[in-house]
Ligand binder design. Structure first.
Ligand code: ZN
Length: 154
């Protein structure tokens, strides 16, 4: 049992390292619709997000998404994973994804129901309250960004 747990821990470490070394959707969009910077003073993490909104059937969708920034491995890996999770989804769905991730990081519910998702690797972060802010920074920044846009359009 103990071996299994440490195997899982190692797997999670490897997934986080992989995202840190080769972040997905890292870079800049020249034609972004929305952009926002987030800062976590506790750890010094900084994340800059850009999104290109696309017209969907009933509401806008998150098209291309890019991030850049400087921060700890948890923050950068979380940003990288987040871009993979939300790309192509309608804005209201993205808001829900962010909210359920936030709740899960704070101990309410599962981080992901998708066994294929790399997000599960962030489960261990929940045991380190200080690092939860690191993992949440990209998500909170994205939420503020898409919700501010929603209000501006009303
Ligand atoms: Zn951090």
């Amino acid at each position: 049992m103990i071996d299994k747990e440490s195997d899982l821990h190692q797997l999670y470490q490897d997934v986080i390292m992989d995202h840190q070394k080769e972040p997905r959707n890292f870079g800049t969009l020249s034609d972004a619709t929305l952009e926002r910077e987030g800062y976590n003073p506790v750890c010094g993490d900084r994340v800059f997000l850009q999104v290109k909104l696309e017209k969907g059937d009933q509401e806008a969708r998150v098209g291309e998404i890019r991030f850049r920034g400087e921060g700890c491995s948890i923050c950068m890996a979380s940003a990288s994973m987040m871009t993979e999770e939300v790309e192509g989804h309608p804005v209201s769905q993205v808001s829900q994804q962010i909210e359920s991730f936030r709740q899960a990081m704070q101990g309410n519910g599962e981080i992901t129901k998708d066994p294929e998702s790399d997000l599960a690797a962030l489960s261990g972060v929940r045991r380190f309250p200080v690092r939860i802010k690191c993992a949440l920074l990209p998500w909170v920044t994205l939420k503020e960004m898409v919700e501010m846009n929603g209000e501006a359009k009303r």
